[in-house]
Design a protein around this ligand. Structure first.
Ligand code: NG6
Ligand code: CA
Length: 513
């Protein structure tokens, strides 16, 4: 018909074009327009494999997170990339193992360790049309050299692909105890400028070492610096009094920011990296949750976290965008009970097993260090399932790039360790990685059910020696078969020298790349 109309004279050309565009449009309409989903990574802090009721906890229940697991995929062999925070976060955002950048736990005045010239998950998603935000615990450094807390703090998240940021700059137990929104400290009084020092005392504020009677919780010597709100922190801080956060209010302050970000961006696809402070020390749940778990502040903070997740999911539902939002829930490292404050986590533990059946936890090379609760939820695409596929948060980069159609654009050298696990993450496959690196103070390699822990040549930090957690740091190599021995109790290194050498060589090869 187009041909006939074209032949019938000049006047009918507009009609012909109209007809053509009508035909094209109706073709388009028969295929539903695929809209990229919103993506939210909810990242808990120090939450262990056994710390949720959907992962076997019996001492308390976490109904909101359980609901994500019941309607999504619950993974049983998914890992953060390291057993401490900064390295895991680095790997999650860059798709590069942290050892490639020597990323280790940072002090609160460290410079940004992600090179703004490099792509991150945020900049990659931004290129795909996403509005990007980070809310919560950062701990990847800010600024060049020392951050300038009293002026513009840059570079930071906004320079590596985020449109919006609202941060706990390092950890809740480290100074500065103030929020940073985009480039500035929130509520900063210019008459009371902030100075930070991690080596020596500055200013006249009381410190935990001298005034233990002022403390809500007694602390070890590393956590005995400046007292803020009855809690002594790591490091010394001067000024910034009006800007101090209140630990009890993290839950509502951060949730309000997250809700606002979601509401403002509900019409376009958005990416929210929501890095919860729970259940990192100092553990101070809001009064609404204090005492509820029976396990002390550590358990209470788990319940508070579950409530925060429920509120967030309620927001998505109310806005009608829950069905097309991919929610990924996980943790940055395994669990720890005593991490510097006398909060009764050990005394009130009862039969609860924070790492489930696994050995070790935070700081540890054993499975408890990096095997963490991991859930994906996306009503439009994901059917409820369980998956034992092996994969890591370092894979989020390539997997999400694949999801938004950007995988071909990953430049050489970008996200070098990230494998496309999209099919695994949305339940189309249960075949995970063949090999996976776990970083602690030494390196380990998972290869199927086998696990190799490289010998540790260095000196265990003195503060770590005092922790109750088994670190897995040994001068001789370790080899375990997790299928028969999930608790890493029988070192098979001497029995299987060939296998040992094979894994050790694979690890060396990965590290050389
Ligand atoms: C350690 C702190 C610990 C915690 C950790 C970081 C001491 C003795 N211990 O150095 O309390 O803050 O750093 O935790 O200082 S993480 O989850 O952010 O990696
Ligand atoms: Ca952590």
């Amino acid at each position: 018909s187009v041909f006939i109309k074209l032949k019938s004279g000049l006047l009918s050309v507009p009609i012909a074009l109209f007809t053509m565009s009508f035909i094209l449009n109706s073709c388009k309409q028969t295929q539903p327009v695929r809209k990229n989903p919103n993506i939210i990574i909810i990242y808990a802090d120090d939450l262990g494999y056994g710390d949720l009721s959907c992962y076997g906890a019996k001492a308390f229940s976490t109904p909101n997170i359980d609901s994500l697991a019941n309607h999504g995929i619950r993974f049983t062999d998914a890992h953060c990339s390291a057993s401490t925070c900064t390295p895991s976060r680095f790997a999650l955002l860059t798709g590069s193992y942290a050892f490639r950048n020597n990323a280790a736990i940072l002090p609160g005045d460290a410079p940004l360790i992600i090179n703004p010239k490099k792509e991150t998950i945020a900049s990659m998603l931004k290129k795909a049309g996403y509005a990007t935000g980070v809310i919560g615990k950062w701990h990847l450094g800010l600024g060049n050299g020392k951050p300038d807390w009293n002026n513009s703090i840059s570079p930071g998240p906004l320079e590596i692909g985020f449109d919006y940021s609202f941060l706990i700059p390092a950890t809740p137990d480290r100074v500065p105890t103030v929020f940073v929104e985009n480039h500035h400290v929130v509520n900063l009084d210019k008459q009371d400028p902030i100075a930070i020092n991690y080596d020596k005392r500055i200013g006249n504020d009381h410190i935990g070492l001298e005034h233990p009677e002022m403390l809500k919780m007694q602390a070890d010597s590393q956590h005995s610096g400046t007292i803020v709100d009855g809690i002594s922190r790591i490091g010394f801080m001067k000024g910034g009094h009006k800007a101090y956060w209140k630990d009890e209010d993290f839950n509502t302050v951060l949730n309000e920011k997250a809700k606002a970000f979601i509401s403002e961006n509900k019409k376009q696809p958005f990416f929210l990296y929501y890095a919860l402070p729970n259940i990192h020390v100092p553990r101070v749940a809001n009064a609404k949750f204090a005492g509820l778990s029976g396990l002390g502040p550590r358990g209470d903070e788990i319940l508070e976290m579950d409530w925060m997740v429920g509120e967030l999911m309620g927001t998505l539902k109310n806005l009608g965008i829950e069905d097309n939002t991919l929610v990924i829930f996980s943790s940055d490292n395994g669990p720890i009970l005593d991490d510097g404050y006398a909060d009764k986590a050990v005394q009130l533990l009862g039969n609860h097993k924070p790492a489930g059946m696994y050995k070790g936890g935070k700081y540890s090379a054993y499975e408890g260090g990096t095997r963490v609760p991991t859930i994906t939820f996306w009503p439009n695409r994901i059917k409820p399932a369980e998956s034992d596929a092996l994969f890591s948060q370092v894979d989020f980069y390539a997997s999400l790039a694949s999801l938004v159609g950007n995988k071909e654009d990953i430049a050489p050298g970008t996200a070098p360790d990230s494998e496309d696990m999209l099919k695994v993450m949305i339940g189309k496959s249960k075949t995970g990685r063949k090999q996976l690196v776990e970083e602690a103070f030494t390196m380990s390699l998972r290869s199927g059910d086998w696990k190799y822990i490289a010998p540790f040549k260095g000196e265990t930090p003195s503060w770590l020696k005092n922790k109750a957690v088994p670190t897995g740091l040994q001068a001789s190599p370790q080899l375990y078969n997790l299928l028969d021995d999930p608790t890493e109790s029988h070192n098979l290194a001497e029995q299987y020298p060939n296998n040992l050498e094979k894994l050790s060589k694979s690890l060396r090869d990965i590290m050389k790349q």
